[in-house]
Design a protein around this ligand. Sequence first.
Ligand SMILES: Nc1ncnc2c1ncn2[C@@H]1O[C@H](COP(=O)(O)OP(=O)(O)OP(=O)(O)O)[C@@H](O)[C@H]1O
Ligand SMILES: [Mg+2]
Length: 233
Amino acid sequence: MNNNIIELSDLSFSYGENQIFNKSNLSIKKNSFSLICGPNGAGKTTLLKLMMGLLKADCGTININQEDIGYVPQALNFDKEFPISVFEFVLLGALDKLSWLGRYSKKDKREADKLIHKMGLCHKKYKPIYTLSLGQLQRLLIANALLKQPSILLLDEPTASLDKESATQIFQQLIEIKKNTTILLITHQPPEDLSAIDRVIYIHKEIQDLDAEEICRHYPLGLSHGKGGVDHD
Ligand SMILES: Nc1ncnc2c1ncn2[C@@H]1O[C@H](COP(=O)(O)OP(=O)(O)OP(=O)(O)O)[C@@H](O)[C@H]1O
Ligand SMILES: [Mg+2]
């Protein structure tokens, strides 16, 4: 599969009559950082769910050259109503590494601590997750996914409810792990500094794979320079 870690070929997917993808193609290089952008309802979340195997393509193929995928779901869609603490939830990221006694290793607990600290959740460590605000829940979901140190990390609007400073911090943390991680991140607010971003996958009826520089500064208004010129929503 050459240097590509993810390859979609002739991918089609519909929810009933609502066609989302029609023979779309996309290749993602190993250890690249891609933003996934596009208007509401375009199919960004659907694309990640197809990659995760949570949805099945109607036709076409999805090849993923790695098994350990971390997924940060869209926080608004996440049901946080179970009685589990912040610390326990972050540790769930290491569930597949449990000892035969069913215990987490000291190393995983230390890592979980570090991530809770990095995400600014220390004061919530032993609190149930339903006590978190939306922004805190987003940080929690990121910490949970990072604990696993996945080869591929898929994030669905992880900065949507974060203030600007927190969003920048999250981008910085992702850039730190980029050396060993292929990152695909859905966002409606691209960072101001696009230098660490390799590709922008723009979804709107089709999937366009663009250079980060091709994305116009007006993007948040719904304008982008696609391969075929300027595209107005
Ligand atoms: N489970 C479902 N059943 C039927 N239709 C769905 C389902 N999930 C999503 N859709 C529809 O599919 C389209 C794509 O949805 P998706 O959630 O992938 O969009 P999105 O690009 O992630 O949007 P947003 O920016 O609002 O998160 C939308 O029209 C949505 O209404
Ligand atoms: Mg979505």
